[in-house]
Design a binder for this molecule. Structure first.
Ligand code: ADE
Length: 483
């Protein structure tokens, strides 16, 4: 990702972003950050970039010409249309959701204002997003641009290191962090809580969760209220666990935002993928839910859990059905015994294997073309290239290798289901699919997730595979629609 910052104080920005994790990411080439001096683009012989505002008033205004020319230079270097963010106290308040969304862009231009602001005409011409970092006024946009850059950069795959992908963090964004302690065990008479020395990970996790909840309740009652609401939805959805596993897992994985909640009628937004998931107890209440949700609808993907909701979306809102699925859930807490199904190792060795067990390992983005060539892109809900790339970058695609050759692959969709299962024709009927699925189920179980998959109607081969691995099927279907 390439971030270009248009500023009157390029040194301040360069220095501020050259240290620590962000500095390292830049050195490693995961990220490029450039500060562009707006003053270099002025046509004024005294390098002036400001002037008095028409109509009078206090202070000076940055003029349109130097800002526009600096922006044109940045736009040209970006090589494509990029979002231009103007940092201003008049913008939308910056949140983690903005950070995640911006991190998906290939490039960003950040515009820092000074004095009393910037000539409105150039803002109207170049700015796509107006962002504030809080309800207070700074002397310029530089500190805000650095805050935004830091928060966006840490969401770029690889910047935090593979061990901490944003996606693996459960409950992220809903609760404040629990308290942490390091050596010594007793400091100024204050001991570290006993539970943290117990070695019992379950007890430690439970304690941390309690602490997080209590801290959030006391310090951020606004967040705590949202958290309680979400878990109240979770409780109701769990009454039909198999049908609603996609929705409950969104909550467990810290990705859900409640769009609608009225007893049996619930609609969640997956904050990451933007997909909406809806369920309803009965048709009239479902109709009310859709009416309230879709008054100002920009379209997108919808997964609904009753056929009457699918019908309503089609008939009354112009959505089209793209897929009907059954949901299969791995309900046990313990992992599936591997029993010679696969070896979890690096395929690079390429040594001939004497047995027929595939080696399974994470696929890197280098595998994009191969994966795309073999993955059947089913309907419009299937995967396009950017989506496959995103999954590879996030580390959620795994390959099965026999004698160093790719025999099949599988992965996790953004919203959390196991999918992409593909076995190359010459490797079929050799247990590769079962090996890949077992591997993914075990990976997810280890992270405390409930593994599940959505199987398109009529895919009997996949149904048989899920059954053989002990997954349970929801009797009701899930309908995917798009507009
Ligand atoms: N420029 C001045 N104050 C600001 C703020 N609060 N957020 C973003 N940019 C700013």
């Amino acid at each position: 990702m390439k971030i270009q910052i248009l500023t009157l104080f390029p040194d301040m920005v360069r220095q501020g972003l050259s240290a620590g994790i962000i500095g390292r990411a830049v050195t490693q080439g995961l990220l490029s950050i450039e500060a562009i001096d707006i003053r270099d683009y002025t046509k004024d012989i005294h390098r002036k970039v400001d002037d008095y505002p028409y109509g009078g008033g206090a202070g000076m205004l940055m003029q349109a010409q130097p800002v526009y020319d600096a922006w044109c230079a940045a736009r040209e270097r970006a090589g494509a249309a990029v979002r231009t963010v103007y940092l201003t106290p008049q913008g939308e308040t910056f949140t983690q959701e903005h950070a995640k969304a911006f991190a998906k862009e290939d490039g960003l231009i950040l515009l820092c204002g000074h004095y009393e602001g910037i000539d409105e005409r150039v803002l109207d011409t170049v700015v796509t997003d107006y962002i504030s970092i809080g309800d207070y006024v700074l002397t310029g946009g530089e500190l805000a641009a650095m805050v935004l850059t830091d928060a966006v950069a840490r969401m770029v795959p690889g910047v935090l290191g593979n061990e901490r992908s944003g996606e693996a963090e459960s409950f992220e964004g809903e609760l404040l962090e629990y308290p942490q302690y390091s050596r010594p065990r007793v400091w100024r008479g204050m001991p570290v809580p006993d539970v943290l020395l117990s070695g019992n990970q379950r007890q430690i996790d439970a304690w941390r969760r309690e602490q997080s909840e209590e801290r959030t309740r006391l310090r951020r009652p606004d967040l705590y209220e949202k958290y309680c609401r979400l878990w109240d939805c979770h409780k109701r959805l769990m009454r039909q666990k198999l049908l609603h596993i996609d929705m409950t897992e969104l909550i467990v994985r810290g990705k859900a935002h409640v769009l609608y909640d009225d007893g049996e009628e619930i609609c969640l937004l997956d904050k990451e993928s933007g997909i909406r998931f809806a369920t309803a107890g009965e048709e009239d209440a479902g109709r009310r839910m859709l009416f309230s949700l879709l008054r100002e609808d920009g379209g997108g993907l919808f997964a609904v859990h009753q056929e009457f909701l699918a019908d309503l979306l089609e008939r009354e809102y112009g959505y089209a059905r793209i897929m009907t699925c059954e949901q299969a859930v791995y309900t046990r807490r313990e992992k599936i015994p591997v029993r010679g199904r696969y070896l979890a190792a690096d395929p690079a060795g390429g040594t001939l294997q004497t047995d027929q067990r595939p080696r399974i390992c994470r696929l890197t983005p280098d595998w994009l073309d191969t994966v795309a060539a073999h993955y059947e892109m089913t309907g419009s809900a299937g995967a396009d290239l950017p989506y496959l790339m995103e999954r590879l970058e996030k580390g959620w695609m795994f390959g099965a290798f026999l004698d160093g050759q790719l025999a099949g692959f599988a992965g996790m969709h953004t919203e959390g289901s196991i999918g992409f299962l593909t076995v190359l024709p010459e490797y079929r009927r050799r247990g590769i699919g079962g090996a890949l699925e077992t591997y993914l189920i075990n990976e997810m179980t280890e992270r405390g997730f409930t593994p599940y998959g959505q199987i398109e109607e009529g895919n009997t081969g996949s149904v048989r595979l899920q059954e053989s691995l002990g997954l349970c099927f929801s009797r009701e279907k899930i309908f995917w629609l798009q507009r």
